[in-house]
Design a protein around this ligand. Sequence first.
Ligand code: MEV
Length: 290
Amino acid sequence: MSKGTGFAKTILFGEHFVVHGTHAIGASLSTELNVTLSPAEELRLSIPTGKIVLEATRKILDSFGLHDNYYVEIETQIPSGAGMGWSAAYSVALARAAANAQNLFLDWRRIAEYAYIGEKVFHGNPSGIDNTLSSRRGAILFRKGEDPIPIELKNPLNIVIVHTRKMGITKELVEGVAKLRKARPDFFLDLMKKEEALIVEAKKCLEKGNLLRIGELMDINQGYLVQLGVSTPELEEVVSVARKNGALGAKITGAGGGGCAIALTKGKKEAKSLAEDIDKKYLVFEAQIG
Ligand code: MEV
């Protein structure tokens, strides 16, 4: 029996644009996904999943030179299809368990590389931010193909994560944005430049603890995501309710098209009270980053 763990994640700035070469900022969350691998006659998973999870599982096991005769027990509170990194946390946890099965002691970088094999099955053309966030603790500045830069937050961020209970399919959303880029290249490149400038400023604000400006930048980033066409009426509702109820800023986190929005609050107390104001039809998590 061998075990592995991956973390849930949240993207604070730059989802989608990061696939096309801008930086993005994200952080791992304390919620975990744990995998236990035990020998079995054939590949079986403890929860019902689609073909794609089986395919990702086979590819990751194969990359370690393992056959697929395993029972994979999955234990987690991370909702799937919600932009909180279920697939990345699964790929990381499975890669760690597979490494442990062979007594390989790999650092988070190597684990993230193996997990990327799974992410490609799940999402087609992922930037690599999700598997990187799921493999290590803390906040990072990320750019595709580069070593991530850790961000030292001046103050912890109190956020409320609201799941609209609708699934967003990352692969389709990423493809939709690629189509938009092809159809309107100038419009897209202009948005990319604005996003990159926003991220440079956001990193400084996170390091200085300028919460008010971080919130404003989240609102501006949400505007860009709306222009990419990845928002939904439910996400718009959550973002607007959060802002009306004292959030410093709110935006989609992850691919959108459903999934989750995040709202930044001044402190823990405010996060608690905002969480209570959100309609009970949605699923609410409070989290602290840093
Ligand atoms: C999904 O969590 C983040 C996206 O930017 C896709 C990616 O970076 O691979 C939408």
